[in-house]
Design a protein around this ligand. Structure first.
Ligand code: SF4
Ligand code: SF4
Length: 371
């Protein structure tokens, strides 16, 4: 394990901020909605964020349950002037979200919204645990696209309930002209408060689904699609239990701020570094607890592949990503693009996970979602 004093300290670039732990969904891979809720974090606490941040993801729970979400956007915009702000939502409150996004664009014209879509129709409802969830997302997309909102993205989390849905969701994204981010379900103790170990395994069918979708993205002439393809290839490798070259920068380049004010090194299996409500940033980031958390992340072997922590890896390895994209693009045009099969040695459990930790996911669907 790395000694806490040996891990360099530098200003972080990426943060996920849970503005609330309340949620109106009941997702199978998440336990946020089962736990006591906190709205302790207030907009004025955003004034303590480090100005070095280049990206801030306002998340939850469901962030649009907060009546003062606009104030969070305003405070982050003023404090972190270079940061790209993205709000993640489950899309349940479609009309309310569409109206509020319109007013938030006056605060930040570059605001982005990532709407979670984990399958079509009943599959999405099964992942969310709520009947009608899919129709709400479609309504939100219709409203926002009808108003010409350009900051819209789709975000898909793959687990065993929706493992074969990637081509269908990718096609929906294509027909609507939207980008799609694809991540595998991770164990998320810190953010989703879940000890449940998802089993996002990749069989031969899943591999073919990824190959088909990634080849299509690589054949496009939009470089952002190539980047999406590279990230999705990493998602596939995570699902296939293949090793990644990623050296996790959680607690260094990245941190996760929970709705009770606790700063964690990451949202997956992060250690507490301090509390932003009680402390000032510099004292928190340089505290013994923060150094210890950073050292544990540095030595962590879980090989997570999540947007929040991988983003800094992309900054450091841009040319290797460009090389992969150009080579893979050529193969895609020649119809020769292939992904490797699942790693046999670790088959049956996810990276960094023992077989005893693996648990199946039940998928109950509620008839009447609460709001
Ligand atoms: S994954 Fe997100 S939308 Fe689903 S219950 Fe958890 S916080 Fe809510
Ligand atoms: S690899 Fe370890 S430190 Fe990094 S995000 Fe995953 S659990 Fe956190």
């Amino acid at each position: 394990m790395a000694h806490s004093d040996n891990v360099p300290v530098h200003p972080p670039r990426d943060a996920v901020v849970a503005v609330t732990s309340r949620c109106n969904a009941h997702c199978v891979m998440c336990s946020v909605w089962k736990h006591p809720q906190s709205d302790a974090l207030q907009p004025e606490h955003m004034r303590k964020l480090p100005p070095s941040l280049a990206s801030v993801n306002l998340s939850g729970g469901e962030p649009f349950l907060r009546d003062d979400l606009e104030q969070f956007v305003r405070q982050v915009r003023q404090r972190c002037r270079r940061a790209r702000i993205t709000i993640s939502t489950n899309g349940y409150l479609a009309d309310r979200i569409a109206d509020r996004v319109e007013s938030m664009l006056e605060i930040d014209p570059a605001l982005r919204l990532a709407v979670s879509l984990d399958g079509l129709g009943a599959v999405h409802d099964a992942v969310r645990g709520d009947a009608g969830a899919y129709e709400r997302v479609i309504r939100l997309l219709d409203l926002l696209q009808g108003r010409g909102f350009r900051g819209l993205r789709l975000s898909m989390t793959l687990g065993h309930v929706n493992a074969r849905q990637l081509p269908a969701v990718a096609e929906l994204a294509r027909t609507r002209g939207l980008e799609l981010g694809v991540v595998a379900a991770h164990r998320c103790r810190t953010h989703m408060r879940s000890d449940q170990q998802p089993d996002p395994s990749a069989d031969q069918h899943v591999r073919e689904d990824f190959q088909q979708v990634l080849a299509q993205w690589l054949r496009s002439w939009r470089p952002r699609q190539w980047l999406r393809a590279h990230f999705a290839a990493g998602t596939y490798r995570y699902m296939a239990r293949q090793s990644q070259s990623l050296h996790c920068g959680a607690g260094g380049n990245f941190f996760f701020l929970q709705a009770d004010g606790t700063v964690y090194s990451c949202g997956s299996d992060g250690r507490a570094m301090g509390n932003l409500i009680e402390q000032e940033w510099d004292g928190l980031w340089n505290s013994p607890a923060a150094r210890q958390a950073r050292a544990l992340s540095h030595a962590c072997g879980r090989n997570c592949w999540m947007v929040c922590t991988v983003r800094s890896w992309y900054r450091r390895n841009l040319w290797s990503v460009v090389g992969w994209a150009l080579g893979s693009k050529l193969l895609a045009h020649l119809r020769l693009f292939r992904l490797g099969g699942p790693a046999k040695a670790q088959a049956g459990h996810a990276p960094g996970q023992t077989q005893d930790e693996q648990a199946s996911i039940e998928a109950p669907v509620r008839a009447d979602p609460s709001h």
